[in-house]
Design a protein. Structure first.
Length: 351
């Protein structure tokens, strides 16, 4: 964002901290921020932006082809520009550890407003069908790489990712799964799960946006960082750890910072049904006992040779396919179901 104003900001009134603060708890320093509405350092606290409103009133979901900008639906700031020479330091009340139980071994995620460009001459709208919108043939995008440093103390010493990864870079935020049945946005993605580190921008060349979202495998995107690569002191448990994360300005944007959640292990249908609404689940090698062609708006999964079945929404799949599914548990009209955030057809079931 152009036209910066150099301001100093020190926050001491961050929001209440949960048992484990999954998102940045407070901002302790900010200088060299952009112009309104991109000069509010507190905009980086809490979850990444799920939806944003353009000046003309159009409302978009944050996605890998529509990076958040302007304001939220209430007109409040959502992202912070950190200009060249500026910096912003956020803190987590609970230290972030180098935890081998985390997804892909990563430890924290920085969200900006990066996005892939679409195919030439095609522009995204609030109602664009992600199944027909294609990423550019070069997987070009809007990247504004900003350097990230971490520390155990507000006064340092600081440990810097001098050669990357970078903030406001690959991978773009993806707020929601794509609902293939209703051609609209579905369940919220996991904002504490990184994108598979094996993926690069080149992995998305000419992909339809819906297919690209599936490649995220339920991740909410963002740039993931591993503490193991830094020469940090360790705690009593022998793990490297940090509390402070500093973004050095390059004209890019900062939306949020999250700690990485622990890997979710696959469970059975019976176990899934016993979990509260909002719980994220993974089921593997399930048979589609009734397909979308049977019901139109859902399918049913069943473990081979087992009597239990569970309803899944958001995905179009034929009967007798074998699948892995990730999603969010919910209850609709008294029936437990999974709102799919990712489904993979693995092969035809054996007799």
């Amino acid at each position: 964002m152009a036209g910066a104003t150099a301001i100093l900001f020190i926050a001491s009134v961050g929001p209440a901290v949960a048992e484990i603060d999954m998102f940045a708890s407070d901002v302790v320093n900010a200088v060299g921020l952009g112009e309104s509405p991109y000069n509010d350092a507190l905009a980086v606290l809490g979850k990444p932006t799920l939806k944003f409103k353009e000046p003309n009133g159009n409302v978009f979901a944050s996605s890998l082809v529509a990076g958040p900008w302007n304001t939220d639906l209430a007109g409040s700031p959502i992202i912070t520009t950190i200009e060249s020479g500026g910096e912003l330091t956020a803190v987590f009340a609970t230290p972030i550890e180098d935890d081998p139980s985390n997804w892909y071994g990563m430890d924290f995620i920085v969200f900006g407003n990066a996005a892939f460009n679409g195919s030439t001459g095609i522009y995204i709208t609030p109602t664009t069908n992600m199944e027909t919108y294609r990423i550019s043939s070069t997987a070009s995008g809007r990247w504004e790489k900003s350097v990230v440093s971490v520390s155990q103390d507000a006064n340092g010493p600081w440990y810097t990712y001098t050669t990357g990864p970078y903030a406001d870079d690959f991978a773009p935020t993806q707020a929601y799964a794509w609902d293939y049945i209703n051609d609209t946005w579905g369940a919220e993605m996991d904002l504490t799960k990184p994108v598979d580190p094996a993926l690069t921008t080149a992995s998305f060349i000419s992909k339809y946006a819906a297919d690209a979202i599936d490649m995220y495998k339920s991740s909410g995107g963002g740039t993931a960082f591993n503490l193991d690569s830094l020469n940090l002191p360790v705690n009593a448990a022998g793990r490297k750890w940090i509390k402070y994360i500093k973004i050095t300005g390059n004209g890019g944007e900062l939306d949020a910072i999250s700690r990485v959640g622990h890997t979710i292990e696959p469970i059975s249908i019976g176990q899934a049904k016993s979990l509260p609404d909002g719980t994220r689940v993974i089921l593997t090698e399930q048979i589609v006992s009734a397909g979308t062609d049977d019901f139109g708006d859902c399918c049913y999964l069943q473990t081979k040779n087992m009597p239990f079945a569970i309803k899944v929404t958001g995905r179009i799949v034929e009967r007798d396919k074998k699948v892995n599914v990730e999603g969010v548990m919910t209850t609709v009209n008294g029936e437990r179901e999974i709102q799919a955030t990712c489904m993979e057809i693995i092969n035809e079931p054996t007799p």
